[in-house]
Design a protein around this ligand. Sequence first.
Ligand SMILES: Cc1cc2nc3c(=O)[nH]c(=O)nc-3n(C[C@H](O)[C@H](O)[C@H](O)COP(=O)(O)OP(=O)(O)OC[C@H]3O[C@@H](n4cnc5c(N)ncnc54)[C@H](O)[C@@H]3O)c2cc1C
Length: 416
Amino acid sequence: MSRTRDDTNPPMNFEDTHERSMIRQTAAEIAEQYGPEHWREKEENGEFSTEFWNELGDAGFHGLLVPEEYDGAGMGMQEMGLAMETLCAEGCGMAGTWYLVLTAGMAAVGIRENGTEEQKELYLPDIATGARNFSIGITEPEAGTNTLNVATRAEKDSAEQSSADPAEATASADGDEYVLNGKKAWITFADRADNMILVTRTTPREEVDRGTDGISLFVVDMDDPNIDVSPISKHAMNYSKSCEVFFEDVRVPEENLLGEEDDGWWVLVDMLNPERIGFAAAGTGIGKLASNAAIQYANDREIFGAPIGTHQAVSFPITEAYAKMETAALMREKAAWLYDQGEDCGYETNVAKATAVDAGIEAVKHSMQAFGGWGYATEYDVERWWREINLTRLAPVSQQMAYNHIGQQLGFPKSY
Ligand SMILES: Cc1cc2nc3c(=O)[nH]c(=O)nc-3n(C[C@H](O)[C@H](O)[C@H](O)COP(=O)(O)OP(=O)(O)OC[C@H]3O[C@@H](n4cnc5c(N)ncnc54)[C@H](O)[C@@H]3O)c2cc1C
């Protein structure tokens, strides 16, 4: 159903609460400590930043979305978006979102909203401290953007029947198991994560009426010898690895099912909206970081007897992109507010993600131009921010797919 233009304007509160200003201040302090030089070195060495990960834990950022009874801060996506944008904008670039979005964002809300009591007790306190790192296994080489076509299979198998050793069978006879087979691509942190939230089919697509039926999610322990992980060489963010992951007869107990069997699509949707909000924060955050660096450079660099920033050909494109980033950030706040109220927010998260990324890309592109030839030198970092922001137009939802969703909500025919 298409929406009318006046049905999505909840009252907004622009008050800067004590919590928000604390988050902004803490994020800025962390970003000062883990600024561009840190990430330039980590990128060049292809090294995960354990020290930054631990710092986020000490600051309580891994636990922002974890309820207080599981040792978290009990906050929402508005606060998480603010933390991410500030980290990105104040010096961390994409790492400000990247190190939070999968575990502290997607895994935390997936388990918080859909986990059993046992799953919450097992995973949430460890997520809150940073003791546990999750990867999220959605993408497959053949299915690509069309997640409903995932083919990784989870088939129920009795532990009693499957074990050749009767003693072992008795030991595990109190619960059934699922057997996983399939292949995932681009799974970030799969090389080091303790767990993966894995998207599978428990019923093949040909056997369900609606494509959204038949999908099930599992929490998988990554130390299983039947899981093979192989990093993909990539364009940027080499302070993390994104991997192909192969599952061959991987057995998981049924208590690792997240949500209901065959009904996992809705669990996944719960996790995708925070991811889009996180990438909206990355778009404006990286864009602001590059813009601020370019503004300083444009004041200092004198050519033809005046700072290059006096030329409107240099200043206007960055200013225009900055103004658009400010409006996109407001849309992110609205999307996050709706998410935190438990309201539908698919339209708003897609608008926030798409506009933040468009504006952020413009900002980084024109900032690089302001640096002239030096924009191409690694020591000024803007070329790295350009490589980093390129990801945000391809993932987690591509710009085309975000606009497909928005267009459909406006009343255009469905195009995917
Ligand atoms: C660095 C990196 C990290 C990643 N981390 C993860 C991760 O941790 N977990 C995970 O599950 N995935 C991850 N991904 C995967 C990412 O989400 C996918 O790359 C993305 O979903 C696109 O899938 P694809 O590459 O197969 O593109 P394809 O589906 O092959 O699409 C190719 C192009 O066609 C366009 N297109 C396709 N269909 C349509 C249509 N109907 N209308 C308009 N345009 C269309 C797409 O927008 C895209 O531009 C990561 C990707 C990268 C690059």
